[in-house]
Design a protein around this ligand. Structure first.
Ligand code: SAM
Length: 240
């Protein structure tokens, strides 16, 4: 069971304990059960959940090289988490991290809260809200070492809604698939405007995910100007 996940993680230098594998199995089974009545994911095949959700989320570990050893104290926010990706798989591998899952849709928030309880996860908050608003709250602004997002928006939009959550010296990471170079080029100005350094691209080297997946990473160089993100919807409609 979970052979692809175990092999992929092994290739990344990570070995899971039995209890962690049990958690991944419980997560997969509950996701499939809920997905019959709540639209959480278009991926319904268990083997694909393993690779395209779990392993793909865990490629984020490539961007966390410096933090991986210490794990504890790492603060991460997953923006537009949906059914928990990439946040929950990363938390299952790095249990000492402090994780916030931010999601705008109520039904998905319900699922996330349910999963957190079912898996007995600690040091994890589920926040129901829009990134454009939550990023202006003093509890969240520049309060994280890592802000990550997968399949939420274009890089320019993501830069505006994610970088304000990151403290100076921390990292914004977008998990992306295919045709990314033009998007990176288009996002240069937006990233600089909200305080990020020029984006770096890491190509995912795993054979299980050989369809051109990348991590786009930008280190926070200076505080984000207070006007960003702009009001709800604008970063999506009119990217910087
Ligand atoms: N990250 C998950 C994944 O990779 O499977 C979910 C991707 S889903 C396509 C995009 C998610 O982002 C949706 O659940 C949506 O509700 C959420 N979302 C979109 N805009 C958002 C915003 N401004 N603030 C918070 N969540 C948002």
């Amino acid at each position: 069971m979970l052979t692809q996940l175990v092999q992929g993680l092994h290739d990344m230098g990570v070995e899971l304990q039995r209890s962690q594998l049990d958690s991944f199995e419980a997560y997969r089974d509950e996701l499939m059960r809920w997905n019959q009545r709540v639209n959480l994911t278009a991926i319904t095949d268990p083997a694909e959940i393993e690779t395209r959700h779990f392993l793909d989320s865990l490629t984020l570990l490539y961007a966390l090289q410096g933090w991986r050893q210490t794990g504890s104290g790492l603060r991460m926010i997953d923006i537009g988490s949906g059914a928990g990706f990439p946040g929950i798989p990363v938390k299952l591998v790095l249990p000492d991290m402090r994780l916030t899952l931010l999601e705008a849709t109520g039904k998905k928030v319900e699922f996330l809260s349910h999963m957190v309880a079912l898996l007995g996860l600690r040091d994890i908050d589920v926040v129901h809200g829009r990134a454009e608003e939550v990023a202006h709250s003093p509890n969240h602004r520049e309060a994280y070492d890592i802000a990550a997002a997968r399949a939420v928006a274009s890089l320019s939009t993501l830069a505006e809604v994610c970088l304000p959550f990151v403290s100076v010296g921390g990292l914004f990471v977008a998990l992306k698939k295919g045709g990314i170079k033009a998007e990176v080029e288009d996002s240069r100005a937006a990233i600089t405007r909200v305080g990020g350094e020029e984006a770096r691209l890491l190509e995912v080297p795993l054979p299980q995910l050989s369809d051109g997946r990348y991590l786009v990473c930008s280190t926070k160089a200076y505080p984000s100007p207070l006007q960003y993100p702009r009001r709800t919807g604008i970063p999506f409609k009119r990217p910087l």
